[in-house]
Ligand binder design. Structure first.
Ligand SMILES: Cc1cc2nc3c(=O)[nH]c(=O)nc-3n(C[C@H](O)[C@H](O)[C@H](O)COP(=O)(O)O)c2cc1C
Length: 164
């Protein structure tokens, strides 16, 4: 028998994760859809694949599942306000001026992020109340910025443990 929803929510709070914004164009050159996720993960080295999970009741669900490509912006510690904005509902967050264009794939990216990943959609796996969207990485760039993390419903930073 599966665990209760309350226990599952506790698990979610205990799982610290990096925070990203995933974004796509509804059609090339048209309006943008974007949301904050902590489910982004690298998946495969060869071929280079990444993934994230999107909940069925997200407003962007259908368009994101049907999109041919998506951009992932791994947020930096200075971007908790960006994370909050893209975790909200409504069209205010999806203005073109908030994004820059991908260099190889037509995907929207958040400026000044820790890393940018440009993907073509490779596979969509519907599982439970989420879809796992898998992308082939066509281009990627990282910076020396520090990551934004999410734990116990709070944003924070990464502190390495000092070696004795
Ligand atoms: C830190 C954080 C992580 C999140 N991770 C995910 C996620 O991995 N998948 C998801 O579908 N929603 C996630 N959400 C919730 C979405 O960002 C939120 O539901 C958003 O409003 C969806 O946008 P939309 O309805 O415009 O598609 C997360 C929210 C926060 C604050």
């Amino acid at each position: 028998m599966p665990i209760s929803g309350d226990v599952y929510k506790e698990l979610g709070r205990a799982a610290a994760g990096a925070v990203s914004v995933v974004a796509a164009y509804r059609n090339p050159g048209s309006s943008i859809l974007a949301l904050t996720v902590s489910s982004f993960a690298t998946l495969s080295f060869d071929p280079p694949l990444v993934m994230f999970a999107i909940q069925h009741n997200a407003d962007s669900y259908t368009a994101m599942v049907e999109s041919k490509g998506f951009g992932v912006s791994l947020l930096s510690i200075e971007q908790s306000d960006v994370a909050q904005l893209f975790a909200s509902k409504g069209h205010a967050k999806n203005q073109n001026t908030m994004f820059e264009a991908g260099q190889v794939v037509a995907v929207p990216l958040i400026p000044k992020a820790l890393a940018h990943i440009e993907c073509s959609t490779s596979q969509v796996v519907v599982s439970g109340d989420h879809a796992i969207i898998i992308g082939l990485v066509e281009a990627a760039r990282t910076s020396q910025r520090r990551p934004l993390l999410y734990f116990a419903r709070q944003y924070g930073s990464f502190d390495p443990i000092q070696s004795p």
